[in-house]
Design a binder for this molecule. Structure first.
Ligand code: PLP
Length: 406
């Protein structure tokens, strides 16, 4: 139960609304990102001027088709693959659903799916639904640092396994899995390998032409493109039944009139990421490390969740003992700082995140976890301001906490 009463929380919220004129400090980039100015400029004409349907025979629609082709090439360049291996979807969730369900339809005699316990619900929920329908689903566990149990994974792959679906990097802790090694393992045993790379693309350089990954999911709004656009990479030769059927779009692999501004925006966002992936991620990592190190130093009884050395450069997940993540978020919000918590408020009680639970993070720490996720748009000034406010927030909440011995 939250120790801030519902009334107090509402009071906090209304105060936040009136104080909202302050500048927002956005450290919630794993939830969604700002659309890059360059992306916004590029997509503007495709709403009211160049609104043709790319499938139309006339030139007005055809010129849009050309832009879609260019975008496909830009996405392929970032991923290091052939443009024909890219299909546009509606979001990361759709890409994940297509990969898993499309593989199972293509291999009707195989009924086993292997995944991890720390996947995003876009994969985990699909797998649990499949389990209810009679499929065998195995969820591989992780250790204290969020690292996957590869020995167990290898043991589980058998002749009945249709697909192995393991995320590239975790959205809550940023922990990166050894995806190329896992893909090799799957391919060696004739199993399709899918990875949810929604948090990894744009942060980790990739060359899919040299990897054994068969299917890979992307979401536009995690890399400064608009919401409502995703990609599924399908390696040439991979058997996959379409999930969305209807029209002939996307070479018959994903029906539905294309989200033209979304596709063009994602192409531009991938082009920007290709150009700046190294320098931008170095800057983001410097800011993330400064924020994290100072908070850990200045706030007693705080600890990092996840493998410190093998993480996305932008993500930091910190637990603060004896206080609740939700209360920290509300106080951060008061200062205009946006972050997210590892707890989800369900039916009046706070449930610690499934990722932290799988890692065995103690109850008192899992409840007080906060995720800071940065982007190229964050500044050192924002980091310094947050470093200054964080100990004040933690100390105030600990004064109220019934879990702190006094
Ligand atoms: N997979 C991961 C790892 C994510 O973090 C998210 C979104 O947070 C998704 C999938 C879902 O992507 P979308 O919001 O585009 O459906």
């Amino acid at each position: 139960m939250s120790f801030l009463s519902r009334k107090t929380r509402i009071r906090h919220k209304s105060r936040i609304t009136t104080e909202n004129k302050m500048k927002t400090i956005y450290f919630d980039n794993n939830a969604t990102t700002k659309v890059a100015d360059e992306v916004f400029e590029e997509i503007k004409p495709y709403f009211c001027e160049l609104y043709g349907n790319p499938s139309s025979m006339h030139t007005f629609g055809g010129q849009v088709g050309i832009k879609i082709r260019e975008s496909r090439e830009k996405v392929a360049t970032l991923l290091g693959c052939d443009p024909s291996e890219i299909i546009f979807t509606g979001c990361g969730t759709e890409s994940d659903n297509t990969a898993i369900k499309g593989t199972l339809s293509a291999y009707p005699n195989k009924t086993k799916v292997i995944t991890s316990r720390v996947e995003h619900p876009a994969v985990l929920q699909v797998c649990r639904d499949l389990e209810n329908k009679g499929y065998t689903v195995v969820e591989i566990g992780v250790d204290k640092k969020g690292r996957l149990d590869l020995t167990e994974l290898a043991k589980q792959i058998d002749d009945n396994t249709a697909i192995l679906t393991i995320m590239y990097a975790n959205n809550e802790t940023g922990v990166i899995f050894p995806i190329d090694k896992i893909a090799e393992l799957a391919t060696g045993k004739g199993v399709v390998f899918h990875t949810d790379a929604v948090q990894a693309v744009g942060k980790i350089p990739m060359n899919l032409s040299k990897s054994n990954i068969d299917l890979l999911s992307i979401s536009g709004h995690k890399l400064h493109a608009p919401k409502g656009i995703g990609v599924l990479y399908i390696k040439k030769g991979t058997r996959l039944s379409p999930y969305m059927v209807g029209g002939h779009q996307e070479a018959g692999k994903r029906a539905g009139t294309e989200n033209v501004p979304g596709i063009i925006g994602l192409g531009r966002a991938c082009e920007l990421a290709t150009k700046k992936i190294k320098e931008e991620n170095e800057k983001v990592k410097y800011l993330r490390d400064k924020l994290e190190n100072e908070i850990l130093k200045r706030c007693p009884d705080s600890m990092l969740n996840g493998d410190k050395d093998n993480r996305l450069p932008n993500t930091s997940n910190i637990s603060f003992e004896f206080i609740e993540g939700e209360a920290i978020l509300l106080m951060l919000d008061k200062y205009g700082i946006c972050a997210s918590s590892g707890s989800a408020c369900t039916s009046g009680s706070l449930e610690p995140s499934h990722v932290l639970r799988a890692m065995g993070v103690p109850f008192t720490a899992a409840h007080g976890s906060i995720r800071f996720s940065l982007s190229r748009y964050n500044t050192e000034e924002e980091v310094d301001y947050t470093i200054e406010k964080m100990p004040e927030i933690v100390n105030r909440l600990r004064e109220l906490s019934p879990f702190v011995a006094r």
